[in-house]
Design a protein around this ligand. Sequence first.
Ligand SMILES: Cc1cc2nc3c(=O)[nH]c(=O)nc-3n(C[C@H](O)[C@H](O)[C@H](O)COP(=O)(O)O)c2cc1C
Length: 396
Amino acid sequence: MKNKRKVLKNKSVLLCVTGSVAAYKAIDVIRRLRDEGASVTVIMTEAAKQFITSLSLEIASQNKVYSDLFSDPMAHITLPAHADIMVIAPATANTIGKFAMGIADNLLSTCLLSFSGKIVIAPAMNWRMYENPVFQKNLNDLLSRGIFQVGPEKGSLACGEDGIGRMSDVSEIIEAIKSALSQKTLAKEKVIVTAGPTREYLDPVRFISNRSSGKMGYAIARAALRKGAEVTLISGHSLLSQPKGVKFISVETASDMLNAVNQELPSSTVLIMSAAVSDFMPAEKAKEKIEKSGELMVKLQKTPDIISEISKNKNRPFIIGFAAETGRKIDRARKKLKEKNMDMIIFNDVAKADSGFDVDTNRVVIIDKEKEIRLPLMSKDSVADAILERLSEIKA
Ligand SMILES: Cc1cc2nc3c(=O)[nH]c(=O)nc-3n(C[C@H](O)[C@H](O)[C@H](O)COP(=O)(O)O)c2cc1C
């Protein structure tokens, strides 16, 4: 799969692994970073070696693993100098404390002091350590200096206790790294993203819906967050987890979605309608479950057209719509852009198995009033980045 627009493509990540039980997850962090096109060099502490071998990290990263300050005398300067970002995952209380105090007594802590770029830390520890005021002071010192924190989460900890301290999921760590490296080109924007399918009820238990998973809309919401926007995600039923940092509104029907959009609209500057809103709904919804007897004739009527409703307003936001079509119907998308008075439309070929509903990839054409950008098959995350890059250009 071609993927030119990956945020981490060609980025050099210096991953610092410290002495926590969560150290084994560093392998997965490395794998995901490399999948995203980054190169990874690992520094590990002596304590980390109690939890994971340097060989595993070397195999995963396909790079030499560094640990000793004196065996590579210039490494504490050259490794940070060649890195785009430093990531401490997992980050122990000890290493966070040393960094906050400016202590440089091993290769990892010395590299942290000689690095002037973005640093992401993913703390992992027992809740008693995490809640300790000394640790909290150290953490806050680092945050006030612009260090990015991801996690920890609440949940069951390795020691068998429940509490805050579990290292964030790897996907959250990757998202935090991407966010730290993204330019905040949408910092002034308040973006509404709609996602997923709607459900139009025949009776209390049956509904008409479609195959939308919400993947494209959720990817757009995450990409907008990375670019610094304030994001409201209005979602129909989806199995995906809510992106951290969005205002999340759950809806079922097209009418619910229209109401939610209207409620959020006054303060919003951009509306991205990636939801697969049902075109039709049953003309009547039975109050009781419809009994099984003979044939059932269902009369359908049109659902409210959210984009048309919004685009006729005078103080409307910048509107981006999607045209999911099968086959070469790009002309219909161009027509829809004009007819519905949108600012941009994403033509989405949903006929192919690797594009459209419920898959991780998409093949789209970004059409706005000035140009058309035809993108190759890409991950939905990359498509989301491309759409928001074009939005940033227009808004700049
Ligand atoms: C079994 C075990 C698990 C540990 N897990 C953690 C942990 O999750 N987080 C943490 O901050 N310290 C943890 N520690 C303590 C650190 O390993 C210790 O503070 C060490 O000095 C950290 O060194 P480093 O920061 O140089 O890696 C653990 C210790 C043991 C024995």
